[in-house]
Design a protein around this ligand. Sequence first.
Ligand code: PLP
Length: 396
Amino acid sequence: MRINGNFLRLKDSYLFAKVGAKTAEYLSAHPGREVIRLSLGDVTRPLPPAVIKAMQRAVDDLSHKDTFHGYAPDATRFGYDLLLDSLIKSYAEKGIGLEKEEIFISDGAKSDCGNLSDLFSAENTVLIPDPVYPAYLDTNIMAGRKILFADANEGNGFLPMPDERVRADLIYLCSPNNPTGAAYTAKELKVWVDYALKNDAVILYDAAYESFVTDPSLARSIYAAEGAKECAIEICSFSKTAGFTGVRCGYTVVPKALKREGFSLNRLWARRQSAKFNGASYVAQMGAAAVFTEEGKRETAENIAYYRQNARIISDCLTRLGIPFTGGVNSPYIWMKCPGGMDSWSFFDHLLERANVVGTPGCGFGKNGEGYFRLTAFNTHEKTEEAMRRFAALRI
Ligand code: PLP
């Protein structure tokens, strides 16, 4: 028996585990200190009442013989009609037509970000933005693929565009980006789509933060770019849209028009899901469907507005202090340059020890993240304000 030796090529500690461990170490050495976490990638607002009510009704359904539900209706795509119809309507409002069979209900974006890797040969070359959400890199290291990076930096506004000299088979895009908050326009995505089509590549597009987009010139789906249905899979989630990080529900769009080597990726993914997945719960799906009701839309928008206000508190403070940053407008993340030329972990230690504020070191998201730092808008107004007061008092 041999283990998958690719696991030995993974970095030892997952970024957030290291942030947690360092914070715990500090607290155990300094008991009683109040540490404020602006490192949270997790939501903190309670679920919208419309979602709670729908989930309560779903629980009631499960308690009666006539309305009970077991496995989801379709053993490949797992979607209940109510949710699928709501998603189709929501895409249609963005001018994108989808069929039911193109939507796969998942237990969130993270699993599919990694699982979709099953569809592609280990011999493919992968292109991953740097910096970005670490799951793409880790899962492709596990799969043993050759990995190239698309550099995101100040020079390109943290929005890398295709390099015609680079040949990639599988391309990850994350927009709005975690951690930089930068987001593509449909016109920019069209350049990626054209590049993918020319190279016979497939784009895995992570739209987990699409609901934070306010600027109408920015895309909320890769299918806003013409031709994307022939080259792109879209992964999305109710986690950040509606606070489902603990409930777990997401969806992945695999268009029927997406074919490689003459095979439909939609059919391959359906086959893969039927073998390795068993759906998201009825209760979670009914809750997710409620996000699209008038009440649900209003309440989810209120929660997002709450986080957006935190982003504004952070942005205003950084602006006052003259610290360069991006993000925070179409994203819950603020990507700041570490002051005084500090590296990411030195600034992490500095902020933790001197202000008792925790953020996430940018270097954990890729080599281009070195010297940067991610702050998030997911804490309360009060704590965000207090954190920024402490931040300003550092006089850095
Ligand atoms: N994709 C990105 C870019 C994320 O930042 C996250 C979580 O932080 C996820 C996916 C995971 O989302 P989910 O909770 O749906 O698994």
